[in-house]
Ligand binder design. Sequence first.
Ligand SMILES: NCc1[nH]cc(CCC(=O)O)c1CC(=O)O
Length: 304
Amino acid sequence: MQTNKLRIGTRGSPLALAQAHMVEAALAAQGVETDIVVMSTAGDRITDRPLTEIGGKGLFTQEIEDALDDGRLDLAVHSAKDMPTALPAGLGLAGYLKREDVRDALVTIDGRTLADLPAGAVVGTASLRRGALLRRLRPDLRVEVFRGNVQTRLAKLRAGVVDATLLALAGLKRLGLEEVATEILDVALFPPAVGQGAIAIETRLGDERVARFLAPALDGDTAIALAAERAFLAALDGSCRTPIAGHGIVEGDRLRFRGLILTPDGSRFHETETETTTEDAALTGRRAGDLLRERAGPGFFDPA
Ligand SMILES: NCc1[nH]cc(CCC(=O)O)c1CC(=O)O
């Protein structure tokens, strides 16, 4: 028998599942029935090497996108932060749920804040951006590569493998773990990754049926901010090897955008801040990216 349920593809981590359930709930609110299909990706299976070594962001999306492309799925739910700027032919981001808090949180076991951590304390993070921002503020700390999903990282922290870790507050909130955050870091000091806090919904381009069902669940301001941020990332040709932060804030018909690139050791950085109309979001992001690339000059991202 033919079923009209929409099939939602997701990774199987607790955070991915929580996010898929949020999309499911948004669709259920309009009477749209769904099935959640859990898929494993290369990024989930390879957990013993830094992501930069295995080769990029598509790692967490390939298997899901293949299933979307050949019709086994109708939509896929992702953390916007984990989505490459270029998607496979025939697929696109239909939009985003309303964005959660974009900030990073420091987590320590004993309640010490970033300022309280002693010299030499070990901070685990897999993110080049967090590592570079951390080194810029506290060059006396030791930053170590630290992978695994949110629960795995918290378990390593409790086991004493590291003294502290940095996680997206959005993820902690969605997992009901907000209270583990020791310190919520200000965006001025710790600007977020492009897309942080936003849940992206990927669909087949031209699938009008799915687009119609999704439309009421999507948030316009989030889409504007993300258009600027993702254009910024694309202009910088941002790979996993580049510490980049980009943050768009929409207020009425105005968009404020801040972009930052750093060397991995945090010693050098270039930053830009602009305000434009929301209509120019993608252009604003692209110009900011071009500007920083030009200012940084060739070689900025190449390890010396
Ligand atoms: N790369 C993993 C990832 N992708 C999205 C989030 C958090 C949720 C979000 O940013 O929406 C996380 C975990 C983290 O950074 O702590």
